[in-house]
Design a protein around this ligand. Sequence first.
Ligand SMILES: Cc1cc2nc3c(=O)[nH]c(=O)nc-3n(C[C@H](O)[C@H](O)[C@H](O)COP(=O)(O)OP(=O)(O)OC[C@H]3O[C@@H](n4cnc5c(N)ncnc54)[C@H](O)[C@@H]3O)c2cc1C
Ligand SMILES: NC(=O)c1ccc[n+]([C@@H]2O[C@H](COP(=O)([O-])OP(=O)(O)OC[C@H]3O[C@@H](n4cnc5c(N)ncnc54)[C@H](OP(=O)(O)O)[C@@H]3O)[C@@H](O)[C@H]2O)c1
Length: 443
Amino acid sequence: MALENLYVAVIGAGPAGLYGAQTLAKLGARVVILNRDIKPGGLAEYGIYPDKYKMKDGLRAQFEKILASPQIKYLGNVTIGKNGALTIPELFDLGFDAVLVTVGAQGTKWLGLPGEHLRGVYHAKDLVYHYNKLPPFSSKQFEIGQHVVVVGVGNVMMDMAHWLVRELKVDTVTAVARRGPAEVKFDKKEFEIVGANVDVNALDFEIARCEPFMRAVGQDPAQARAEILAGLPRALTPISNTRFLFRFLASPREICGNAAGHANGLEIENNELTRANGDLKAKGLGTFDEIPCDTIIFAIGDAVDEQFGLPLARGAFAVNPAPRFPIDGISYEAFDPQTQTPLEGIFLAGWARQASTGLVGVARKDGTNGATAVSEFLQTLPQPRKFHPDALRETLHTRGITPVTNADVKKLENAEDAEAKARGLPEFKYATNEDMLAVIRGQ
Ligand SMILES: Cc1cc2nc3c(=O)[nH]c(=O)nc-3n(C[C@H](O)[C@H](O)[C@H](O)COP(=O)(O)OP(=O)(O)OC[C@H]3O[C@@H](n4cnc5c(N)ncnc54)[C@H](O)[C@@H]3O)c2cc1C
Ligand SMILES: NC(=O)c1ccc[n+]([C@@H]2O[C@H](COP(=O)([O-])OP(=O)(O)OC[C@H]3O[C@@H](n4cnc5c(N)ncnc54)[C@H](OP(=O)(O)O)[C@@H]3O)[C@@H](O)[C@H]2O)c1
């Protein structure tokens, strides 16, 4: 069947959803994007570090072009799911022919340790949303002390370090890794931002401590050191006295607290390295240490929102193990593991399909591939379900939701640009939904 009269609901307007919508529109389908946030962009708007102006503006320009397509309708400020304005079954009742879920990974991944509830313990994503001014995180208070432990050694840890070292200028930042110096996951480019604050003597001491464990699995400590410090020659001039430290081969076991209920230390178990099925794993040695600190931030990746309403398998949205429309051998089809049946017409892409995996370019490719799978499904339909835009608008209206359109977003962005100019800032963002809606409504 030609795709001209078929409607796809794309849930989420991050890179996966936006590029997925573009693909569907190019193939002839009509797309309605339903996005929780007022603004489109997802983590490209609210995750990428705020001062990456060039990258963010470049992506905004691409997103604007996509949303200008007459075949794509953007409805922001509309949350879909079990606790949202509409559920996925209701989208099919309204006549959508397929649904592409690109809601990202909105859950937080925790280790289930004693003391995680203590004050001063946070998940990196909440802080990322806070400093990028995503409501409601923008208005939440976070108590960041002077001695901060960040668990994880990926690029999100580096973004945390960027904020702590160059904005908050705390006394110490200690990045804690369960594996060794050769398994860090951050990029050289991100290291350059905070590299000048690394206490190189302390790093050398730590690598020397890890040496026997690294040699035991055939690793060269000098090579790992060189890779960690590869960005040092191009490191930015430091603007704080923060000491940036690393603690390797350390698995968090408990968060220690004081009588006031505030975190004051992280107990870790020391690890060795072992090889299992080709993977390098951390194995506890049964010895423990405590890293004194006043703040602990988990930068160990995100998880999908378990309340969204799609069935889960191993903590992720379940995908059909025998897909009807695989793309590059990958399944984009939602699945119910309990009944062992595919959820017909529901597709997953981006971080909703694989949480915390890859850069914007990876999400773009996944959104495009997911959309291609959707288009193959659409061609098997005997006839359109007959979506009515008015019915969607009326249903949202009866539920008290006034969606934000692409024209509204433009109005908001123009107002923010004007405000930035007036204040002499490189960028200005309204930090609450109320403020954004007031600007949109001209109040
Ligand atoms: C801290 C951080 C920094 C990063 N920095 C970079 C970088 O510098 N460069 C780079 O290339 N990549 C970076 N990335 C990776 C990049 O942001 C992701 O690869 C990409 O944004 C994932 O896209 P997505 O569309 O799958 O999900 P997201 O970008 O998370 O988009 C999800 C969208 O779904 C919407 N949504 C969520 N729940 C619902 C719901 N229930 N109903 C309706 N809508 C919903 C959200 O509002 C959002 O718009 C970073 C990631 C993080 C976490
Ligand atoms: N500036 C940028 O370009 C930028 C910024 C932010 C994010 N991103 C991208 O976004 C994606 C997600 O980044 P991320 O930093 O969240 O993920 P990541 O790169 O996978 O790093 C996660 C870190 O957490 C550790 N970890 C995971 N589970 C753990 C556990 N149970 N216990 C202890 N440690 C654990 C990992 O250790 P192990 O290796 O041992 O699993 C790893 O060090 C990546 O693709 C990243 O490149 C890019």
